[in-house]
Design a protein around this ligand. Sequence first.
Ligand code: ATP
Ligand code: MG
Length: 250
Amino acid sequence: VIEIRNLHKSYGSLEVLKGVDMAAPRGHVVSLIGSSGSGKSTLLRCCNLLEDSQEGDILFEGESVRWKGEGLNRHPADRAQVIRIRTNLSMVFQQFNLWSHMTILQNVMEAPVTVLGRPRDEVEAAARKYLDKVGIGEKCDAYPAMLSGGQQQRAAIARALCMEPRALLFDEPTSALDPELEQEVVRVIKALAEEGRTMLLVTHDMRLAADVSDHVVFLHQGRIEEEGPPDVLFGSPKTDRLRQFLSATA
Ligand code: ATP
Ligand code: MG
């Protein structure tokens, strides 16, 4: 579904991604691990057109969607592409980013109704279905501040699902949560993986990465240092850098 080829991204003179090649094929879960500052969030943000990039390509179902930094949002055609890509690659952030003045149900319904123009009653039925699925169906009418962090993150996942995306992008979905609440979210992510959803998951949780991934990519200073199936990558890391990283996070 998503293919990244030789991607280069700089912020000014700081080169953050130095030629990254990776893919998340349909039905696969690919996890991205690496130390703070290695470029994981930047990579996800490039896929979702939240960042431009200087070189390489990002393909979504074979179509180039890389933001080349040339007047995106200025042309109506580009605006339509941004909406289509963000709909199809729905992103879940570390800090939930729910609207505090809207109920949970309204949060989940907002983008499908206002951005995609889907019929309100159809979207409401879908929103309730996804909120049930993540286990917070009874919180529809609550405001985000009334929910625990784990519940808020599950609402954010329901909101992403309600876009009916082709793939989900997760950026550290559990790292803002206390350990007990983390498990609620981990359970939801595991269930989505078992359903065969395509996911690109940035995580600090090595156990989660080992449990759900088909493929794990270790990013180090903007380059892929090592990658492979989780049992191989975690069981017998080849490079010193990955060994160091894994012993530091254990
Ligand atoms: P973490 O695990 O801490 O979330 P990360 O791997 O997600 O780290 P990124 O957020 O992708 O790392 O950041 C990679 C590098 O890019 C860092 O050196 C960061 O300081 C820099 N960076 C990120 N966003 C910007 C920005 N908007 N402007 C300038 N530099 C940035
Ligand atoms: Mg990050």
